[in-house]
Design a protein around this ligand. Structure first.
Ligand code: GDD
Ligand code: MG
Length: 359
């Protein structure tokens, strides 16, 4: 049985998180609070629970934020190292760039924005059983066009890798977790931008490498867009997606001890309320993520939205399916809906102006 103790974990966290702007203007995507922890901390806890202890983070955009928060990883029972790309090297370049830090023959690589319940040891087991050069975790999704489409044969051997194709031949996609044989990583060109999906995977296949898929039906979600981010956080809070950090604490809402929630507030749908946030009387907050230090004034209604740090939502405002950036101020009685994104620091005056990108 492949030994997780003899496996390195590599997490790719250098992307700019463009689809989550403006939340990612100042904070890298894997550090956004999700069920009251930086998203990456849930993944690190899963890695630790699987028995892997050596973790290398491939960072670029806002690289310093990760080390400031996680340090050497000892608080989490891990040994975390950091490798910074001055200029982002792409997913393949990032994997090649950590090569000198690797200690083991099995290297488990993770996209840093995937929420999942997959049994990591089962993927390692498939890798060993197939004696593969590379094993990819695969899942089935309803719309495979946004992902890497990965057809396999009846033995699970990967036939093709088609990144974000308009006409996918199967609904089976790359779940963003791989086990590499270490030598294979050395074959990725060093010191230049490489997409592992568009360049390295097709090359490994055309070179006849043994590339296998590990398919399962566990919970899986890419957190790259606001609606996935908000639903992923809610799924964690409700225990629909499992995180070792939340054991015994799942339910309709998760409220930090330092937050102030007034009487008569209704919190439901897996809402998370962060440190020092203040929620006034009579608010109803459903399926939303309230970051640290946000203030929600009395009587506001918030649904399926992300309210970033230090922002203020005025009394009786109604916010549905929106992203409110850091420090933004939404006046009393405003109504915002339909996927609107309010940039950090923007102020919208009082008095019920109706803003809707659906209009
Ligand atoms: N270090 C580093 N350097 N990390 C990077 C870079 C880089 O230049 N570019 C992207 N990343 C990281 C991102 O931070 C993210 O954690 C991960 O690599 C994947 O990048 P995304 O931008 O989120 O890619 P995607 O979601 O469009 O597609 C990828 O993930 C899908 C599954 O979620 C692909 O791997 C698809 O094939 C896959 O289906
Ligand atoms: Mg992604």
């Amino acid at each position: 049985m492949a030994n997780p103790q003899e496996t390195d974990a590599v997490i790719l966290v250098g992307g700019r998180g463009t689809r989550l702007r403006p939340l990612t203007v100042n904070t890298p995507k894997p550090m956004l609070p999700t069920a009251n922890y930086p998203f990456l901390q849930h993944l690190l806890a899963r890695i630790k629970a699987a028995g892997i202890t050596h973790v290398v983070l491939g960072t670029s955009f806002k690289a310093e934020v990760f080390e400031e928060y996680f340090g050497d990883g000892s608080d989490l029972g891990l040994e975390i190292e950091y490798v910074v790309e001055e200029e982002a090297l792409g997913t393949g370049g990032a994997i090649r760039n950590v090569y000198d830090k690797l200690r083991h023959d099995n290297v488990m690589v993770f996209n840093g924005d995937v929420l999942g319940d997959t049994d990591l040891n089962a993927i390692l087991h498939t890798h060993e059983e197939k004696d593969a050069d590379l094993t990819m975790h695969l899942v089935r999704v309803s719309d495979p066009r946004a992902f890497g489409c990965v057809p396999t044969d009846k033995d699970g051997r990967v036939l093709e890798f088609l990144e974000k194709t308009e006409d996918p031949p199967t609904d089976q996609v790359n779940a963003g977790c791989y086990v590499f044989r270490r030598e294979l990583i050395e074959e990725i060109p060093a010191d230049r931008v490489v997409s592992v999906e568009r360049e390295s995977f097709p090359k490994f296949l055309s070179d006849g490498r043994k590339v296998y898929g590990h398919v399962d039906v566990s919970y899986w979600r890419d957190m790259g867009r606001p609606d996935d981010f908000v639903h992923g956080s809610s799924d964690l809070v409700r225990g629909v997606a499992h995180s070792p950090l939340l054991e015994g604490r799942t339910g309709e809402a998760l409220v930090d001890d330092s937050a102030g929630v007034a009487g008569g507030v209704i919190l439901l749908g897996g809402t998370a309320v962060g440190r020092g946030a203040e929620i006034g009387p009579g608010c109803r907050i459903d399926g939303s993520v309230i970051f640290d230090g946000a203030t929600i004034e009395p009587g506001a209604t918030i649904k399926d939205s992300i309210i970033a740090a230090g922002s203020r939502i005025g009394a009786n405002a109604r916010i549905v399916d929106c992203v409110i950036g850091e420090g933004a101020q939404i006046g009393a009685r405003c109504e915002l809906q339909g996927g609107m994104r309010i940039w950090p620091g923007v102020m919208i005056p009082d008095n019920g102006v109706r803003f809707s990108s659906d209009a």
